[in-house]
Design a protein around this ligand. Sequence first.
Ligand code: FAD
Length: 320
Amino acid sequence: MSVLVFIENWDGKLKKASYEAASYGARLAAKLGVQAHAVVINVADDASVLGKYGIDTVYAIESNELSSFNNYKMAEAITTAAKESGAKVLVLSGTFTGKMIAPLLAVHHKAALITNAVADPESTSPLKVKRSAFSNKGYVYYESLAETAIISIVPNALGITEHSGKGEVKKLDFTPTTPVQVEVVEIDRAKGKIPLPEAEIVVSAGRGLKGPENWGMIEELAEVLGASTACSKPVSDMHWRPHSEHVGQTGITINPQLYIAVGISGAIQHLAGVSGSKTIVVINSDPEAPFFKAADYGVVGDAFKVVPALTEAIRKYKAQ
Ligand SMILES: Cc1cc2nc3c(=O)[nH]c(=O)nc-3n(C[C@H](O)[C@H](O)[C@H](O)COP(=O)(O)OP(=O)(O)OC[C@H]3O[C@@H](n4cnc5c(N)ncnc54)[C@H](O)[C@@H]3O)c2cc1C
Protein backbone atom coordinates (compact mmCIF):
# COMPACT_ATOMS: atom_id res chain seq x y z
CA MET A 1 0.00 0.00 0.00
CA SER A 2 1.33 3.45 -0.87
CA VAL A 3 0.29 6.87 -2.14
CA LEU A 4 1.08 7.73 -5.76
CA VAL A 5 1.22 11.34 -6.97
CA PHE A 6 0.93 12.28 -10.63
CA ILE A 7 3.50 14.97 -11.37
CA GLU A 8 2.72 17.19 -14.34
CA ASN A 9 5.28 18.97 -16.45
CA TRP A 10 5.29 21.81 -18.93
CA ASP A 11 7.64 21.16 -21.84
CA GLY A 12 9.56 18.72 -19.65
CA LYS A 13 9.81 21.10 -16.65
CA LEU A 14 8.05 20.11 -13.44
CA LYS A 15 5.03 22.33 -12.73
CA LYS A 16 4.64 24.25 -9.48
CA ALA A 17 1.23 22.67 -8.93
CA SER A 18 2.94 19.30 -8.90
CA TYR A 19 5.22 20.18 -5.98
CA GLU A 20 2.05 21.01 -4.10
CA ALA A 21 0.51 17.66 -5.07
CA ALA A 22 3.73 15.88 -4.00
CA SER A 23 3.65 17.67 -0.62
CA TYR A 24 0.00 16.70 -0.15
CA GLY A 25 0.72 13.09 -1.09
CA ALA A 26 3.66 12.96 1.32
CA ARG A 27 1.60 14.35 4.22
CA LEU A 28 -1.19 11.88 3.49
CA ALA A 29 1.30 8.98 3.24
CA ALA A 30 2.77 9.97 6.62
CA LYS A 31 -0.74 9.91 8.13
CA LEU A 32 -1.35 6.48 6.63
CA GLY A 33 2.09 5.26 7.70
CA VAL A 34 3.05 4.33 4.12
CA GLN A 35 5.44 5.62 1.45
CA ALA A 36 4.67 8.33 -1.09
CA HIS A 37 5.73 7.72 -4.69
CA ALA A 38 5.29 9.73 -7.86
CA VAL A 39 4.98 9.19 -11.58
CA VAL A 40 6.39 11.55 -14.21
CA ILE A 41 5.91 11.33 -17.96
CA ASN A 42 8.51 12.63 -20.42
CA VAL A 43 10.24 14.88 -17.91
CA ALA A 44 13.49 16.66 -18.79
CA ASP A 45 14.08 18.08 -15.28
CA ASP A 46 15.88 16.06 -12.63
CA ALA A 47 12.86 14.44 -10.96
CA SER A 48 14.91 13.38 -7.92
CA VAL A 49 14.15 16.89 -6.59
CA LEU A 50 10.75 15.44 -5.58
CA GLY A 51 12.55 13.74 -2.70
CA LYS A 52 12.62 17.17 -1.04
CA TYR A 53 8.82 17.06 -0.95
CA GLY A 54 8.61 13.58 0.56
CA ILE A 55 8.59 11.35 -2.53
CA ASP A 56 10.52 8.09 -2.16
CA THR A 57 10.38 6.59 -5.65
CA VAL A 58 9.75 8.53 -8.84
CA TYR A 59 8.54 6.27 -11.65
CA ALA A 60 9.77 7.88 -14.86
CA ILE A 61 7.95 6.98 -18.06
CA GLU A 62 9.41 7.96 -21.43
CA SER A 63 7.13 7.49 -24.40
CA ASN A 64 6.84 9.13 -27.80
CA GLU A 65 3.20 8.12 -27.74
CA LEU A 66 2.71 10.51 -24.82
CA SER A 67 4.55 13.44 -26.36
CA SER A 68 1.24 15.23 -26.95
CA PHE A 69 -1.58 15.25 -24.43
CA ASN A 70 -3.86 12.25 -24.46
CA ASN A 71 -5.82 11.73 -21.27
CA TYR A 72 -6.68 8.09 -22.04
CA LYS A 73 -3.06 7.10 -22.56
CA MET A 74 -1.89 9.15 -19.59
CA ALA A 75 -4.45 7.52 -17.32
CA GLU A 76 -3.21 4.14 -18.52
CA ALA A 77 0.42 5.19 -17.81
CA ILE A 78 -0.47 6.36 -14.29
CA THR A 79 -2.36 3.10 -13.71
CA THR A 80 0.78 1.16 -14.69
CA ALA A 81 2.79 3.13 -12.10
CA ALA A 82 0.02 2.63 -9.51
CA LYS A 83 0.21 -1.13 -10.01
CA GLU A 84 4.02 -1.05 -9.78
CA SER A 85 3.93 0.96 -6.54
CA GLY A 86 0.93 -0.80 -4.98
CA ALA A 87 -0.82 2.54 -4.56
CA LYS A 88 -4.26 2.67 -2.99
CA VAL A 89 -4.50 6.46 -3.03
CA LEU A 90 -3.70 8.49 -6.15
CA VAL A 91 -3.19 12.24 -5.87
CA LEU A 92 -3.38 14.75 -8.73
CA SER A 93 -3.50 18.50 -9.00
CA GLY A 94 -6.91 19.74 -10.20
CA THR A 95 -5.43 21.44 -13.27
CA PHE A 96 -7.01 21.09 -16.72
CA THR A 97 -4.90 17.98 -17.19
CA GLY A 98 -5.74 16.61 -13.75
CA LYS A 99 -9.46 17.21 -14.31
CA MET A 100 -9.35 15.24 -17.55
CA ILE A 101 -7.40 12.33 -16.10
CA ALA A 102 -8.88 11.86 -12.60
CA PRO A 103 -12.28 10.46 -13.71
CA LEU A 104 -10.58 7.99 -16.07
CA LEU A 105 -8.35 6.81 -13.21
CA ALA A 106 -11.44 6.33 -11.06
CA VAL A 107 -12.89 4.07 -13.77
CA HIS A 108 -9.61 2.13 -14.22
CA HIS A 109 -9.35 1.49 -10.46
CA LYS A 110 -13.09 1.27 -9.61
CA ALA A 111 -12.10 3.96 -7.14
CA ALA A 112 -13.74 6.71 -5.11
CA LEU A 113 -13.14 10.05 -6.85
CA ILE A 114 -12.81 13.12 -4.64
CA THR A 115 -12.15 16.31 -6.60
CA ASN A 116 -11.51 19.92 -5.45
CA ALA A 117 -9.83 18.88 -2.18
CA VAL A 118 -8.88 21.97 -0.17
CA ALA A 119 -7.43 20.44 2.98
CA ASP A 120 -5.45 17.45 4.18
CA PRO A 121 -7.75 14.48 4.94
CA GLU A 122 -9.53 14.81 8.28
CA SER A 123 -9.19 11.08 8.87
CA THR A 124 -7.65 8.13 7.06
CA SER A 125 -9.98 5.36 8.23
CA PRO A 126 -12.30 6.03 6.58
CA LEU A 127 -10.55 8.49 4.29
CA LYS A 128 -12.45 11.74 4.84
CA VAL A 129 -11.65 14.76 2.67
CA LYS A 130 -12.91 18.35 2.67
CA ARG A 131 -13.68 19.69 -0.80
CA SER A 132 -14.98 23.00 -2.07
CA ALA A 133 -18.42 22.95 -3.62
CA PHE A 134 -21.22 25.18 -4.93
CA SER A 135 -18.80 27.32 -6.99
CA ASN A 136 -16.53 27.83 -3.95
CA LYS A 137 -19.41 29.05 -1.80
CA GLY A 138 -19.37 26.08 0.53
CA TYR A 139 -17.62 22.89 1.55
CA VAL A 140 -18.58 19.23 1.46
CA TYR A 141 -16.90 16.37 3.33
CA TYR A 142 -16.51 13.15 1.37
CA GLU A 143 -15.73 9.73 2.80
CA SER A 144 -14.25 7.11 0.53
CA LEU A 145 -16.00 3.74 0.72
CA ALA A 146 -13.81 2.16 -1.96
CA GLU A 147 -10.56 0.25 -1.67
CA THR A 148 -8.81 2.85 -3.81
CA ALA A 149 -9.29 6.63 -3.78
CA ILE A 150 -8.38 9.28 -6.33
CA ILE A 151 -7.96 12.76 -4.83
CA SER A 152 -7.49 15.86 -6.94
CA ILE A 153 -6.52 19.01 -5.06
CA VAL A 154 -7.38 22.61 -5.90
CA PRO A 155 -4.17 24.18 -7.29
CA ASN A 156 -2.54 26.79 -4.99
CA ALA A 157 -4.99 26.05 -2.17
CA LEU A 158 -2.67 24.05 0.07
CA GLY A 159 0.88 25.21 -0.55
CA ILE A 160 4.18 23.40 -0.79
CA THR A 161 5.77 21.74 2.25
CA GLU A 162 9.11 20.02 2.52
CA HIS A 163 9.52 16.44 3.81
CA SER A 164 12.37 14.03 3.51
CA GLY A 165 12.02 11.39 0.83
CA LYS A 166 14.56 9.33 -1.10
CA GLY A 167 13.72 10.84 -4.48
CA GLU A 168 14.97 7.72 -6.25
CA VAL A 169 14.17 7.85 -9.96
CA LYS A 170 13.25 4.48 -11.56
CA LYS A 171 12.57 4.07 -15.26
CA LEU A 172 9.23 2.41 -15.90
CA ASP A 173 8.49 0.74 -19.25
CA PHE A 174 5.11 1.60 -20.66
CA THR A 175 3.43 0.97 -24.00
CA PRO A 176 -0.14 2.23 -24.29
CA THR A 177 -2.76 -0.22 -25.41
CA THR A 178 -5.67 2.22 -25.31
CA PRO A 179 -7.02 2.75 -28.83
CA VAL A 180 -6.66 6.38 -29.91
CA GLN A 181 -10.05 8.10 -29.65
CA VAL A 182 -8.90 11.70 -29.99
CA GLU A 183 -5.80 13.13 -31.62
CA VAL A 184 -4.20 16.53 -30.89
CA VAL A 185 -4.24 18.31 -34.23
CA GLU A 186 -2.84 21.70 -33.30
CA ILE A 187 -1.66 23.49 -30.18
CA ASP A 188 -2.15 27.25 -29.94
CA ARG A 189 -0.50 28.25 -26.69
CA ALA A 190 -0.32 31.68 -25.01
CA LYS A 191 3.39 32.48 -25.14
CA GLY A 192 5.78 34.06 -22.64
CA LYS A 193 3.27 34.22 -19.79
CA ILE A 194 2.80 32.36 -16.54
CA PRO A 195 -0.32 30.20 -17.09
CA LEU A 196 -3.17 31.68 -15.04
CA PRO A 197 -3.78 28.63 -12.81
CA GLU A 198 -0.08 28.73 -11.83
CA ALA A 199 0.14 32.50 -11.23
CA GLU A 200 0.90 33.85 -7.75
CA ILE A 201 -0.33 37.34 -8.66
CA VAL A 202 -3.11 38.18 -11.12
CA VAL A 203 -4.16 41.62 -12.35
CA SER A 204 -7.60 41.42 -13.89
CA ALA A 205 -9.86 43.97 -15.54
CA GLY A 206 -13.44 44.26 -16.67
CA ARG A 207 -15.84 46.32 -18.68
CA GLY A 208 -15.01 49.37 -16.55
CA LEU A 209 -11.94 49.81 -18.75
CA LYS A 210 -14.21 50.92 -21.62
CA GLY A 211 -12.18 49.35 -24.46
CA PRO A 212 -9.22 47.15 -25.44
CA GLU A 213 -7.04 50.19 -26.12
CA ASN A 214 -6.90 50.85 -22.37
CA TRP A 215 -5.26 47.57 -21.36
CA GLY A 216 -1.74 49.06 -21.53
CA MET A 217 -2.00 50.24 -17.92
CA ILE A 218 -3.19 46.79 -16.78
CA GLU A 219 -0.23 45.15 -18.51
CA GLU A 220 2.16 47.69 -16.97
CA LEU A 221 0.83 47.02 -13.48
CA ALA A 222 1.09 43.28 -14.13
CA GLU A 223 4.65 43.71 -15.35
CA VAL A 224 5.88 45.58 -12.26
CA LEU A 225 4.26 42.96 -10.05
CA GLY A 226 5.42 39.96 -12.11
CA ALA A 227 1.74 39.08 -12.48
CA SER A 228 -0.41 37.38 -15.10
CA THR A 229 -3.37 39.22 -16.63
CA ALA A 230 -6.99 38.09 -16.56
CA CYS A 231 -10.38 39.53 -17.45
CA SER A 232 -14.12 39.21 -16.93
CA LYS A 233 -16.32 37.25 -19.33
CA PRO A 234 -17.85 40.15 -21.27
CA VAL A 235 -14.37 41.48 -21.95
CA SER A 236 -13.32 38.26 -23.65
CA ASP A 237 -16.75 37.88 -25.31
CA MET A 238 -16.22 41.29 -26.92
CA HIS A 239 -12.72 40.18 -27.99
CA TRP A 240 -11.06 42.96 -26.01
CA ARG A 241 -8.88 40.22 -24.52
CA PRO A 242 -8.26 36.56 -25.46
CA HIS A 243 -10.53 33.86 -24.05
CA SER A 244 -7.49 32.33 -22.34
CA GLU A 245 -7.74 35.23 -19.82
CA HIS A 246 -11.42 34.77 -18.94
CA VAL A 247 -11.80 33.85 -15.27
CA GLY A 248 -14.98 32.82 -13.47
CA GLN A 249 -17.63 30.15 -13.39
CA THR A 250 -17.45 29.58 -17.14
CA GLY A 251 -13.77 30.46 -17.42
CA ILE A 252 -10.60 29.56 -15.53
CA THR A 253 -10.62 29.08 -11.76
CA ILE A 254 -7.63 30.70 -10.11
CA ASN A 255 -6.24 30.70 -6.57
CA PRO A 256 -3.40 33.25 -6.58
CA GLN A 257 -1.85 34.84 -3.50
CA LEU A 258 -3.02 38.25 -4.77
CA TYR A 259 -5.90 39.10 -7.14
CA ILE A 260 -6.30 42.72 -8.22
CA ALA A 261 -9.67 43.38 -9.87
CA VAL A 262 -9.98 46.62 -11.82
CA GLY A 263 -13.35 47.86 -13.12
CA ILE A 264 -15.06 44.53 -12.45
CA SER A 265 -18.46 44.62 -10.72
CA GLY A 266 -18.02 41.32 -8.86
CA ALA A 267 -20.94 39.30 -10.24
CA ILE A 268 -21.44 35.93 -8.57
CA GLN A 269 -20.28 34.12 -11.73
CA HIS A 270 -17.01 36.07 -11.70
CA LEU A 271 -16.46 35.48 -7.98
CA ALA A 272 -16.94 31.73 -8.50
CA GLY A 273 -13.60 31.60 -10.28
CA VAL A 274 -11.55 33.97 -8.14
CA SER A 275 -12.83 33.73 -4.56
CA GLY A 276 -10.10 31.20 -3.72
CA SER A 277 -7.53 34.04 -4.01
CA LYS A 278 -5.66 34.62 -0.75
CA THR A 279 -5.92 38.43 -0.93
CA ILE A 280 -8.36 40.36 -3.11
CA VAL A 281 -7.87 44.03 -3.98
CA VAL A 282 -10.73 45.79 -5.77
CA ILE A 283 -10.46 49.05 -7.67
CA ASN A 284 -13.87 50.36 -8.69
CA SER A 285 -15.42 53.82 -9.09
CA ASP A 286 -18.75 52.65 -7.67
CA PRO A 287 -18.66 52.34 -3.86
CA GLU A 288 -21.71 50.03 -4.11
CA ALA A 289 -19.99 47.56 -6.46
CA PRO A 290 -20.69 44.05 -5.08
CA PHE A 291 -17.01 43.10 -5.41
CA PHE A 292 -16.14 45.25 -2.36
CA LYS A 293 -18.00 42.73 -0.16
CA ALA A 294 -15.51 40.03 -1.22
CA ALA A 295 -12.47 42.31 -1.07
CA ASP A 296 -9.70 42.38 1.54
CA TYR A 297 -8.70 45.86 0.34
CA GLY A 298 -10.77 48.25 -1.74
CA VAL A 299 -10.04 51.49 -3.57
CA VAL A 300 -13.06 53.56 -4.58
CA GLY A 301 -11.80 55.56 -7.51
CA ASP A 302 -11.34 55.97 -11.22
CA ALA A 303 -9.19 53.12 -12.55
CA PHE A 304 -7.61 55.49 -15.07
CA LYS A 305 -6.13 57.48 -12.17
CA VAL A 306 -5.66 54.76 -9.54
CA VAL A 307 -3.91 52.12 -11.69
CA PRO A 308 -1.11 54.34 -13.10
CA ALA A 309 -0.56 55.82 -9.60
CA LEU A 310 -0.36 52.33 -8.09
CA THR A 311 2.08 51.16 -10.79
CA GLU A 312 4.28 54.20 -10.18
CA ALA A 313 4.22 53.70 -6.40
CA ILE A 314 5.22 50.03 -6.79
CA ARG A 315 8.04 50.99 -9.19
CA LYS A 316 9.38 53.53 -6.68
CA TYR A 317 9.06 51.03 -3.82
CA LYS A 318 10.95 48.38 -5.79
CA ALA A 319 13.68 50.85 -6.71
CA GLN A 320 14.38 51.68 -3.05
C1 FAD B 1 -24.29 31.57 -16.93
C2 FAD B 1 -23.37 32.74 -16.76
C3 FAD B 1 -22.02 32.51 -16.62
C4 FAD B 1 -21.14 33.58 -16.46
N1 FAD B 1 -19.80 33.33 -16.29
C5 FAD B 1 -18.97 34.37 -16.06
C6 FAD B 1 -17.59 34.16 -15.82
O1 FAD B 1 -17.09 33.03 -15.85
N2 FAD B 1 -16.80 35.23 -15.57
C7 FAD B 1 -17.28 36.52 -15.53
O2 FAD B 1 -16.50 37.45 -15.32
N3 FAD B 1 -18.59 36.74 -15.77
C8 FAD B 1 -19.44 35.72 -16.03
N4 FAD B 1 -20.76 35.97 -16.29
C9 FAD B 1 -21.19 37.38 -16.45
C10 FAD B 1 -21.45 38.06 -15.13
O3 FAD B 1 -22.75 37.80 -14.69
C11 FAD B 1 -21.23 39.59 -15.25
O4 FAD B 1 -22.12 40.06 -16.25
C12 FAD B 1 -19.80 39.97 -15.64
O5 FAD B 1 -18.90 39.38 -14.73
C13 FAD B 1 -19.67 41.48 -15.57
O6 FAD B 1 -18.44 41.83 -16.08
P1 FAD B 1 -17.75 43.18 -15.62
O7 FAD B 1 -17.67 43.23 -14.14
O8 FAD B 1 -16.47 43.31 -16.40
O9 FAD B 1 -18.72 44.30 -16.21
P2 FAD B 1 -19.81 45.20 -15.49
O10 FAD B 1 -20.79 44.41 -14.72
O11 FAD B 1 -20.33 46.10 -16.55
O12 FAD B 1 -18.98 46.03 -14.42
C14 FAD B 1 -18.07 47.03 -14.75
C15 FAD B 1 -17.61 47.64 -13.45
O13 FAD B 1 -16.63 48.63 -13.74
C16 FAD B 1 -16.84 49.73 -12.86
N5 FAD B 1 -16.27 50.91 -13.52
C17 FAD B 1 -16.76 51.62 -14.56
N6 FAD B 1 -15.92 52.63 -14.89
C18 FAD B 1 -14.88 52.54 -14.01
C19 FAD B 1 -13.71 53.30 -13.83
N7 FAD B 1 -13.40 54.34 -14.63
N8 FAD B 1 -12.87 52.96 -12.85
C20 FAD B 1 -13.13 51.90 -12.03
N9 FAD B 1 -14.25 51.15 -12.15
C21 FAD B 1 -15.10 51.45 -13.15
C22 FAD B 1 -18.32 49.81 -12.67
O14 FAD B 1 -18.64 50.48 -11.45
C23 FAD B 1 -18.69 48.33 -12.64
O15 FAD B 1 -18.71 47.83 -11.33
C24 FAD B 1 -21.64 34.92 -16.46
C25 FAD B 1 -23.02 35.13 -16.58
C26 FAD B 1 -23.87 34.06 -16.74
C27 FAD B 1 -25.35 34.33 -16.87
